[in-house]
Design a protein around this ligand. Structure first.
Ligand code: ZN
Length: 350
């Protein structure tokens, strides 16, 4: 038995140690053999801190929303097949967006758990508004990073089964995994590396986060936000991020997005989560830093990941918008499956 465990451990270690070839990237630290944000990896924790958070999580207060979930706007297949000039929040960081005939899906997560295990790990508290087979034809899937609530193997496999020719775009280091899962067209890009896809320009941007999917692969693949620019509209997908100066830099380099998808949940205990997840007040700062015209909230109400009440992020978002004298029509926490057309209205192009 011990010999078997040893063999598994050695093969896992050697498997992870090989095939890293990202030395050309300015965001790859060759001495660490890992990707690195200029501000380092403040999310890395000592074992004692990890035990403290597990203790904190086990002592968390009863959360009614984690039991009941949130209301869902269930979509019929015929409504989805004509989905156009709109954005829909499906749950967690999964966004469906269509503009000028191009349909984009971000971080598809349709599973019952955000976990490598089917019997354990964060369980979905709010059902998906429809199934993957009911999605409209997707042109492009964007992936922010490899955490389980953002990159879900069975969702990707199901998507490929129904729509085999989808184009995937991922941050550096993730293409081999997607190809292993059956994706045919995968492009991996570094931060600020621009690519033209049909009539749009696409660019991953730095965000303050990290990646890890197994014991030994911390920061072996990159994490990113994404800017997509049409000639008359732009969409920024922040993925998963702590608050940082990256958003000011993104706006300076790439302009102000028409619509920004910004995370608002999974932020307590604050000291522990701050480096990786912004809170609603920081989400409003991010919205301002980006100079976005509209904002849509991500990363709340879907999986219980942290200790704050699951219904708290949208309440605090509303309060923060009020404090900043920003209309609540500009930055919305949509319900699961809710569509929003206003960012695509003709007025945007005047
Ligand atoms: Zn993450």
């Amino acid at each position: 038995m011990y010999r078997l465990i040893l063999v598994i451990l050695i093969s896992a270690l050697t498997a992870c140690g090989s095939s890293m070839d990202y030395y050309h990237s300015p965001n790859f630290n060759s001495s660490l053999n890992r990707f690195r944000h200029p501000d380092g990896d403040p999310s890395v924790k000592k074992p004692s801190e990890l035990f403290a958070i597990i203790r904190e999580f086990s002592k968390r207060k009863y959360d009614q929303s984690a039991q009941n979930g949130f209301p869902v706007a269930f979509s019929k297949q015929d409504e989805l097949s004509t989905f156009s000039e709109s954005v829909m929040w499906i749950g967690q960081s999964t966004i469906l967006l269509n503009h000028k005939g191009l349909t984009i899906l971000t971080d598809p997560q349709f599973s019952n758990r955000a976990s490598p295990l089917f019997f354990g790990g964060p369980k979905r508290v709010t059902p998906t508004p429809f199934k993957i087979k009911d999605l409209p034809d997707i042109d492009l899937v964007l992936i922010s990073h490899n955490h389980y609530d953002h990159l879900d193997r069975s969702s990707i496999r199901d998507l490929i089964k129904h729509q085999p020719s989808i184009q995937f775009m991922v941050p550096l280091g993730l293409a081999p995994k997607l190809r292993k899962w059956g994706a045919v067209d995968v492009i991996e890009l570094d931060w600020w590396q621009a690519i033209k896809f049909e009539d749009v320009e696409i660019q991953p941007t730095p965000v303050q986060h990290w990646s890890k999917r197994s014991l030994f692969d911390r920061n072996k693949s990159l994490w990113a936000g994404w800017m997509i620019k049409w000639d008359d509209f732009s969409f920024y997908f922040a993925g998963d991020s702590g608050y940082s100066d990256d958003f000011k830099e993104t706006a300076k380099k790439l302009g102000n997005p028409t619509l920004a998808a910004i995370p608002i949940g999974a932020y307590e205990p604050r000291d522990f989560m701050k480096a990786a997840h912004m809170n609603p007040e920081e989400a409003v700062k991010t919205f301002n830093d980006l100079g976005a015209k509209y904002g849509v909230a991500l990363h709340w109400g879907t999986f219980k990941l942290t200790t704050e009440r699951m219904d708290e992020p949208p309440e605090r978002l509303l309060q923060s918008l009020k404090d900043q004298e920003i209309s609540s029509d500009k930055f919305r926490a949509l319900g699961h499956g809710e569509k929003w057309d206003a960012p695509f209205s003709e007025k945007m192009y005047e």
